[in-house]
Design a binder for this molecule. Structure first.
Ligand SMILES: N[C@@H](CCC(=O)N[C@@H](CS)C(=O)NCC(=O)O)C(=O)O
Length: 199
């Protein structure tokens, strides 16, 4: 299988962490594919032009990190989507992905949109989404985050260091000690130390 990949992408990192955690790294060839909305990689088999995208020998290419991670967990028989708490896991994964979406849009606003057309209020509105999501995680989800590894934890575990990577001036830890401790725990896992974000 080919994985369209860029080490800066938190969505790609979800897939890489899943490959590590389910011992499937050897089944995937990494295809470097750094891109922006204005410069898609024509070889990428995701018609939406986004990464990650995973090609398979026995079916159409898979895209969206949620689909790819679920496929990989199923393929490995891994218990990253436990039926007993599936709605919590999927909601947590959606929260992690939403944080990443907002954080990536902030980057695009400054990097992709021409000078003079950038809208600071748009950037701050994205950051407001992130702070609401972080507060919800701190106030509602810490006990789940302390439990056995699942895809919700992997998604949040990838979203938090992406904030440090792209938005280091925003001190999200200051009022969220529980989440800060969770981020530190995840950072120690071999699957995370092996997949640091890289520009
Ligand atoms: N929902 C998608 C989001 C993927 C995404 O936004 N990837 C970014 C890189 S971090 C991308 O490919 N951007 C190029 C574009 O938006 O055209 C997923 O979970 O895979």
């Amino acid at each position: 299988m080919d994985l369209y990949h860029a080490a800066a992408s938190p969505f790609v990192r979800k897939v890489m962490v899943t490959l590590h955690e389910t011992d499937q790294l050897g089944d995937v060839k990494i295809v470097p594919s750094a891109q922006t909305p204005l410069s898609p990689n024509p070889a990428n088999q995701n018609p939406l032009g986004k990464i990650p995208c995973l090609t398979r020998p026995d079916g159409p290419a898979l895209y969206d990190s949620r689909v790819i991670c679920r496929y990989l967990a199923h393929r490995a028989g891994a218990s990253l989507y436990p039926e007993s708490r599936i709605w919590d896991v999927l909601t947590l994964e959606a929260t992690g992905d939403g944080i990443m979406d907002a954080a990536v849009l902030m980057v695009y606003e400054w990097r992709v949109r021409p000078e003079g057309m950038q809208v600071p209020e748009f950037v701050e509105a994205q950051w407001a989404k992130i702070t609401r999501a972080l507060d919800t995680l701190e106030n509602r989800w810490l006990s789940h985050l302390a439990g056995p590894l699942d895809m919700g934890q992997i998604a949040i575990g990838c979203a938090l260091p992406y904030l440090d990577f792209r938005h280091p001036d925003r001190d999200w830890r200051a009022t969220r000690p529980g989440l800060a401790a969770f981020a530190a725990r995840m950072a120690d896992r071999p699957s995370f130390t092996a997949t640091p974000p890289d520009a």
